[in-house]
Design a protein around this ligand. Structure first.
Ligand SMILES: Cc1cc2nc3c(=O)[nH]c(=O)nc-3n(C[C@H](O)[C@H](O)[C@H](O)COP(=O)(O)O)c2cc1C
Length: 334
């Protein structure tokens, strides 16, 4: 099939491979990057990399699928920035549940300037686990972040003061439960001592627990990131949730996470996901009660205006492109 290429004159397969590589900037639980892309002559496939699933922390694969959803949203934006639109088929083959998405029927429609801005945000977005500044986030900024999630098929509820206190108690309980579980500790230990572009490096982990209303994850070892004396009293906490609790909704939730986080980045808001509370069944149940029947919790996000005195922490490393993007079906055409 021949395709007219957009203004950049890049062949389609190059655009597909570049979009898949750009999706490598997506956030993922413990920086596992549990995705694998396959470039086809006129399609792009996203598969789970099962060998990077957190077997103890995430046996159902929810956080893995959320992470892949974030990568899918990144790839969609990168394609749009290059001037392409494609049809997204989520979980297209019931007999092959590891095939999470297939992007087909790419059409040149001209580069989308909004997507181009979001691609820039992908390259600067990062998880900053230090306390945020004392400046609260404006209501319209929070609404814009929540709407971005809403447009991708999940909801982001910004929690009120009482709900944040409930969340704080749950996060603290989840941390205690996880610290007592030797399998979880081993898994965390593994992902905080990796080389080769995956896992969490000491530079991105706080050198001591930051003072926060809701405790962040205890990574079991101090990092080298200085945290300073601030407290994040001005932070907001959002709960990402949806009406279903099944793989395709987790995938959509990951797309919503990406949309919300990139929008936050564009608006100068920093974010940290907190997944301990959804990993532990009892605290996950408490979050369901916080939602009062509205739906199923997927992830908590702490949002705040980054402290201007802080330089951004170093970026968490990524796997080399060849390990996540398979271009063998297009023979060097990519
Ligand atoms: C589903 C999911 C769950 C996460 N859970 C946590 C968490 O509980 N605590 C935390 O500090 N970071 C968490 N993160 C952030 C990842 O550790 C981070 O995205 C990854 O290390 C890559 O770094 P970057 O976001 O700076 O690019 C989570 C990310 C995702 C996508």
């Amino acid at each position: 099939m021949s395709h007219q290429t957009p203004a950049t004159h890049r062949p389609l397969t190059t655009a597909l491979a570049e979009a898949a590589a750009m999706a490598g900037h997506a956030p993922s639980v413990h920086n596992t990057q549990p995705w694998r892309w396959r470039v086809l002559p006129d399609a792009l496939e996203l598969r789970v990399a099962r060998d990077r699933q957190l077997a103890a922390t995430d046996p159902e694969g929810e956080l893995l699928t959320l992470s892949c959803g974030a990568a899918l949203h990144h790839a969609r934006l990168a394609l749009a920035a290059e001037g392409w639109t494609a049809t997204v088929h989520r979980m297209p083959d019931p007999a092959d549940p590891d095939l999470l998405a297939r992007l087909t029927d790419p059409q040149p429609i001209g580069a989308d300037p909004d997507a181009m801005r979001m691609v820039q945000c992908m390259q600067v977005r990062h998880t900053d686990r230090r306390p945020v500044s004392g400046e609260p986030i404006a209501d319209d900024t929070l609404s814009a972040i929540a709407s971005a999630a809403g447009r991708e098929g999940a909801r982001l509820e910004i929690l009120d003061r009482d709900q944040v206190l409930q969340l704080a108690a749950s996060a603290s309980h989840a941390a205690t439960v996880e610290a007592e579980d030797s399998q979880l500790r081993e898994e965390l230990d593994y992902w905080t001592s990796r080389a080769g572009g995956m896992g969490l490096t000491p530079e991105v982990l706080p050198e001591q627990p930051p003072q926060t209303t809701v405790p962040g994850r205890d990574f079991g070892r101090p990092g080298t990131l200085p945290v300073g004396p601030g407290h994040d009293q001005a932070a907001s906490y959002g709960l990402l949730y949806g009406e279903e609790d099944e793989p395709v909704s987790w995938l959509r939730a990951g797309e919503a996470l990406s949309a919300a986080w990139l929008t936050a980045t564009r608006l100068g808001v920093s974010a940290v996901p907190l997944s301990g509370v959804v990993e532990v069944p009892a605290t996950r149940q408490t979050l369901r009660q916080v939602l009062a029947g509205l739906g199923y919790p997927y992830l908590v996000l702490r949002l705040g205006i980054a402290d201007p005195a802080h330089a951004g922490p170093p970026h968490t490393p990524r796997l080399p492109r060849e390990q996540v993007v398979d271009t063998s079906a297009v023979d060097g055409g990519a």
